[in-house]
Every structure is written in C-alpha cells, then in structure tokens.
Design a protein around this ligand. Structure first.
Ligand code: MG
Length: 170
C-alpha cells in the first residue's frame, strides 16, 4: 500500500452490553450476529438485542466518524422497536460506503459467563462474513468469560467489543 492510501485507512471500535431478562421469553429469542440461537435466554432490548451487531455497527460508525447507533436509531423512536439489528449494521455500512470506505477486516470479542458460544461460533462468524460482505478469513470472533467477576461474571448479561478497519473502496 502506497503512502497516500495509508492516510485513507480508518479504524473504529464499538462496545455494547445487554442485560438478560429474568425469564426466557420465546417472543424474544437470543439473536447474535443475526443468527437466532437455540438457547433459552432472552436479552432486554428496544431492538432485537443483538449486541454483536450493535458493537460492530458502532465500530463502523466510529471508523466513518459518523457518531453512534443511538443517534442513527434513537430508542425513543417507537418505529425502532424490535428492529432487526441487521438493518442497523446495514445503515452503518452504508454511511461508510458513502465515504468511499470498504471494510478490510473485523474482530469481535464477546464477553459473557453464559451461554457457551463455542458450539455456535462457526455459524456466527459465517453470518458476520455475509452481513459485511467480507471473506471468512477477514472475520474473527472470540469469546471469553470474566472468570466469574463483575456483572458479566454474575450472569447478568453479555457484552461485546468490536474493531473494524476500513480502506478506500477500490
Ligand atoms: Mg445494544
């Protein structure tokens, strides 16, 4: 990559947390990275609660210098109730594309004591690749616990960090 192109690289970071509902609500299935999982846990959220896509969308907006998803999709707007987070990510990617930016790679870290995501990691990674249009090898998904410390360790919810790198759209 030559010198002028280096100046067109953009990095973004996003973070999100959602609290588990006290009881599983079949009307609020656990959706992560756009995938509905066969796990009897619900997250409290104005949207579908997909914290992976929320963290990723915020990372995308960060790279584009375009604020955050709260500005794009206010949770005070009843029109956003139950909204699919795929639409939120798409809107963020469209903002970046409008600036001539194309994603180069993404890296997500889920922090949760429960549920265990390893059986679903391949499905989530594949979905992230489809939603971003990236080849699988440029999509990374990690999961860790907090060794039972803090609110995540007490199984009160789940958190996710996301980092994205953008370069000039060819
Ligand atoms: Mg969120």
């Amino acid at each position: 990559m030559n010198h002028p192109e280096l100046h067109r690289l953009r990095i973004g970071h996003g973070f999100d947390v959602h609290r588990f509902a006290a009881e599983f609500d079949p009307a609020k299935p656990l959706i992560l990275a756009g995938v509905e999982l066969p796990i009897r846990r619900s997250l409290l959220a104005h949207s579908d609660g997909d914290l992976l896509l929320h963290a990723l969308a915020d990372a995308v907006l960060g790279a584009a210098g375009a604020g955050d998803i709260g500005q794009l999709f206010p949770d005070t707007d009843p029109g956003n109730a139950g909204i699919s987070s795929k639409l939120i990510l798409k809107a963020a990617l469209d903002k970046a594309a409008g600036q001539g930016l194309a994603p180069i790679n993404i890296d997500l870290t889920v922090i949760a004591q429960v549920p265990k995501l390893s059986p679903h990691a391949a499905a989530l990674r594949g979905s992230l690749a489809r939603l971003t249009g990236l080849p699988l090898e440029r999509v990374n998904l990690k999961a860790t616990t907090t060794e039972r410390m803090g609110y995540l360790g007490r199984e009160e919810g789940m958190a996710c960090h996301a980092v994205v790198l953008f370069g000039p759209d060819a």
